[in-house]
Design a protein around this ligand. Structure first.
Ligand code: DX5
Ligand code: ZN
Length: 213
């Protein structure tokens, strides 16, 4: 069995039937479930918040991988912890000087912490945080919407992060991931893949998840 963590994004799910779609993801081999939280400020789109995370939590045993694309993430960590997040990833661009404090806050709740960078952010800016986090999320599209095309250049950040990270760091990619782009990212050192449209548009969800592994 491969050690790739596949985290299907429910941004491409049916929002009127999230509970049903979570069960389906679990039954078809999802390792984690990726929840995209957008505030209309950090990114030009609004999706869901902590109340929805809380509502869907009982529908699966799969860890909830919450990707915060919001400004002032420091103000919302407790809400998402209480709602049942198992992994919280926030953006370095939104946190700035508060990055270390937010990492420590998330860790204090005994859940996993991820740090994400947008396409324009060089990986060098976050190297000092690699020993503090469980995961780095390299965005391979401009965050905000599902269904965009993979930005190949962004994947070149993966080896830079790998070379400077402790062995157990999870390197996740998100945006435009399908079986082909997943292969590129895995070869460069990624071990967690987020995919929304590829999984939800497939005719066989189990096969689509397996094809990413
Ligand atoms: C984009 C989100 C992604 C999105 C990926 O801002 O962070 O998680 O759902 O969608 P696809 O896989 O369709 O590119
Ligand atoms: Zn995401």
């Amino acid at each position: 069995m491969s050690n790739i963590i596949v985290s299907p994004s429910i941004l491409s799910a049916d929002f009127a039937n999230l509970g049903r779609d979570l069960k389906e993801l679990q039954n078809n081999g999802a390792d984690w479930i990726h929840v995209d939280v957008m505030d209309g400020h950090f990114v030009p789109n609004i999706t869901i918040g902590a109340p929805v995370v809380k509502a869907i939590k009982p529908y699966s045993n799969v860890p909830l991988d919450v990707h915060l694309m919001i400004e002032n993430p420091q103000n919302y960590i407790e809400d998402f912890v209480k709602a049942g997040a198992d992994i919280i990833t926030f953006h370095y661009e939104a946190a700035g000087d508060l990055t270390e404090d937010i990492i420590n806050n998330i860790k204090s709740h005994d859940i996993l912490v991820g740090l994400s960078i947008k396409p324009a952010t060089p990986p060098q800016e976050i190297l000092k945080y690699l020993i503090m986090v469980d995961m780095v999320l390299v965005m391979t599209v401009e965050p905000g919407f599902g269904g965009q095309s993979f930005m190949r250049d962004c994947a070149d950040k993966i080896p830079v992060i790998r070379q400077n990270a402790p062995e157990n760091l999870i390197v996740q990619v998100d945006g435009g991931i399908n079986d082909q782009t997943a292969k590129i990212c895995k070869e460069l050192g990624a071990n967690s893949l987020v995919a929304g449209s590829y999984i939800f548009k497939s005719t066989d969800m189990e096969e689509a998840i397996l094809s990413l592994k």
